[in-house]
Design a protein around this ligand. Structure first.
Ligand code: PXL
Length: 445
């Protein structure tokens, strides 16, 4: 399956940048495939234009979905926005149930500035709430959240207690994460707050408010959020990238004096948005030089090793290795006195793994190669192995060798996948009577 395929479920308003006409370019700009399920076709959006055409595509949703199912189609994410009718709420819930592997982002597009959009009836917020209950990530504005919670809409600026209380109430929807837009804590400032209910990660991204009302900004923000999250960014980094694209688009539009019904001028900001996402999210290696970095390596070893070697070695053997070889002092000694080169793997703005190697006679010894459990299976070990190969080649060494615990069949298979072969079994005394029962593996470059 193409895990990077995002399905955007919104209307297509032919003119007036919003919904699918912004979701497609923004999500595509970060290298993700954006498929679409149009919920309605309108000549223009409904905000400020009069006499727009409106073709409701409710009847097409199930046949389109069934065709995809017959083809065995899979989606990495489903991102829903403006729905064409009340009945579509249940149909979209059915769609979500039929593609259970997808991460579901629901933007309950229906209201702003305390008012429900004119095309929706009064029961729409309660219906939208049931859709939010199927989501992994929800992105309401404060009006939509108030309506779904059945509480009175209040104009900002807000106190932090008020906003925290709203986030807490929204926990009942069951989504893992929420991004709440249209929040201000003082006059002249506006932004978003976010909360990851699972990890407790929470924060706010505030910017100076630009006067005026700008159409389609919720969709620019939502699409940028989905693009960034699906690129592997943490929620906080994704919100930053989305806010920057949105605010930049508003600033250009404000400056140009354009008719705001045509939406915001987001296109010139796309290249920077894509670079921003890449800079925050792309996994990359950082050489370990400073004491602080060595401490991070030592703490990664402490988190990774007990799980990685669980059931393979007695606890005291593991403790000996961690305390002596992968402690701050042990790693410092390897780097500063023994010629080892350590690298930290950065991803989602944090250190998620590490590797180390040292040149030997005729080969490179790959001495450490570890990833946090939750970051395995995402191709990140390729980044580390490529670095080891690049280093060996750069030093003119034709071979990489490594030693790995014989009982760790999973990692042996991974090394074989990278082209390593078992060359011997060894029982090495690593000091204090501790013996490592290893395979020696080699890869000829
Ligand atoms: O940007 C939200 C939106 C999406 N689609 C249509 C709309 C609106 C907001 O007014 O009218 C058709």
């Amino acid at each position: 399956m193409n895990a990077k395929r995002v399905l955007a479920v919104h209307d297509i308003s032919c003119v007036g940048r919003c919904s699918l006409t912004v979701a497609l370019p923004i999500i595509s700009s970060v290298g993700l495939e954006c498929s679409v399920l149009p919920t309605a076709v309108l000549s223009t959006h409904t905000g400020g234009f009069t006499g727009f055409t409106y073709r409701d595509l409710t009847d097409d949703i199930v046949p389109i979905k069934e065709h995809w199912r017959a083809l065995g189609m899979r989606f990495g994410a489903i991102y829903t926005g403006f729905l064409g009718s009340f009945e579509q709420i249940d149909l979209v819930k059915g769609l979500i149930a039929d593609f259970p592997e997808a991460t579901v982002y629901v933007d309950p597009v229906m209201a702003d500035k305390g008012k429900l959009y004119s095309v929706f009836g009064p029961n729409f917020p309660a219906g939208m709430r049931t859709l939010c209950e199927k989501a992994d990530v929800i992105k309401p504005n404060i009006t939509e959240l108030s309506m779904m919670l059945g509480v009175e809409y209040r104009e900002g600026p807000y106190t932090r207690e008020y906003v925290s209380d709203m986030l807490e109430r929204a926990r009942a929807f069951g989504a893992r994460k929420i991004v709440l837009t249209g929040i201000s804590f003082r006059q002249g400032q506006i932004g978003s707050v976010y909360m990851d209910y699972g990890t407790g990660e929470t924060g706010e991204v505030m910017r100076p408010e630009i006067p005026g009302y700008y159409h389609g900004t919720g969709d620019v923000f939502g699409s940028a959020l989905v693009g960034a999250c699906e690129s592997g960014l943490s929620l906080g980094d994704a919100v930053e990238c989305a806010v920057d694209l949105t605010v930049g688009s508003i600033a250009r539009t404000h400056g140009s004096g354009e008719d705001v019904r045509y939406g915001v001028d987001f296109e010139p900001g796309l290249a920077d948005y894509a670079l921003d996402v890449r800079a925050h999210g792309a996994p990359h290696l950082v050489k370990v030089v400073e004491d602080d970095q060595i401490r991070i390596v030592a703490s990664l070893a402490r988190s990774i090793w007990p799980k990685a070697f669980h059931g393979m070695e007695p606890d005291e053997h593991l403790e000996y290795m961690i305390n002596n070889l992968q402690s701050f002092e042990g790693i410092s000694d390897y780097i500063r006195n023994k010629g080892f080169i350590y690298w930290l793997l950065q991803c989602d703005g944090r250190s998620v793994g590490y590797m180390a190697y040292v040149p030997e006679e005729g080969c490179l010894l790959l001495s450490k190669f570890y990833l946090l459990e939750e970051y395995r299976g995402r191709g990140l070990s390729d980044v580390m192995m490529s670095k080891a190969e690049e280093a060996a080649r750069g030093m003119g060494l034709p071979k990489i060798r490594l030693e790995t615990n014989r009982r760790n069949t999973g990692i042996v298979e991974i090394y074989k996948h990278f082209g390593f072969e078992i060359v011997r079994e060894t029982d090495r005394d690593i000091g204090d009577g501790h013996i490592n029962h290893d395979y020696d593996l080699e890869k000829v470059l």
